[in-house]
Design a protein around this ligand. Sequence first.
Ligand code: GLY
Length: 324
Amino acid sequence: MFNRRNFLKKSAIFTSLAGLAPWPTLAAGRKVTATGKTTIISTWNHGLQANVAAWRVLQNGGSATDAVEAGVRVPESDPENTSVGLGGMPDRDGHVTLDACIMDPSGNCGGVAGLEHIEHPISVARKVMDDTPHVLLVGDGALQFALANGFEKKDLLTAKTYKAWQEWFKKAEYKPVINIENHDTIGLLAQDKDGNIAGACTTSGLAFKMYGRVGDSPIIGAGLYVDNDIGGATATGMGEAIVKVAGSHLVVELMRQGYAPEEACKAAVERIVKKEPGYKNLQAGFLALRKDGKTGGYALQKGFNYALMTGPDNNRMVDARALL
Ligand code: GLY
């Protein structure tokens, strides 16, 4: 017979066996149902404007997938934002190479990596998802695909980022900056009123990275993951550390096991600490949106915040808790 005390005891045994903190707030396998409310969550302070754009799409009857694409296109077009799209920091050879991916409620996904000259890598990723049998196109192949589909070729290096690159050259020292100017990747998750969840993630990656370096952001399961039965997760910070633990997939799977969104994000951060000896010198943060509309975020280092929108007059920044 079901008995709460026995259940909690069994959960504790299960989680300690699995090496996980004993936090589950829902019995594993229990169905979490949607509430009919719209929720949008996205990384960093550039998320506020992105959320508004995504919200508009949902209000006008667009899908969650349309909403996440429209949302992240906002920082992609902002030349002052040096970590996403136009005006993103170049690699050490002066190339602005962009990474992005998108995932819809049916589990379809698409991505581009190392894409140059295109302001909206997220829309190219959407085309990869919608119009090809593939999930990821890279480099010249991704560019060729974008141009064949009518995307405009542009110079994405701005006067500001050219200057920063020239400055960097003086020492040519590779040192990723934690919480750079309160932005990094934008990862955005949206749930429409029917409960469907989609996600998008886009970045110019680490400033002055090696040419050809790809981080977590275009990798399904690392920078982004959605399972419409459970929820979605997205990541920001040092891509290499996030890829190594398949971070966003891990967060969703922890929610499947019963973890609350923030708890799942925290456990993924703890997994990075366990696996990454250099964890003190990097930032990694996760956001999660569960099927019942509950949200949460958690980071390794202090300073990570996210934008949460649950109504036309309720779009606000939330400071994520941090492990260190
Ligand atoms: N999270 C962005 C990157 O590492 O490229």
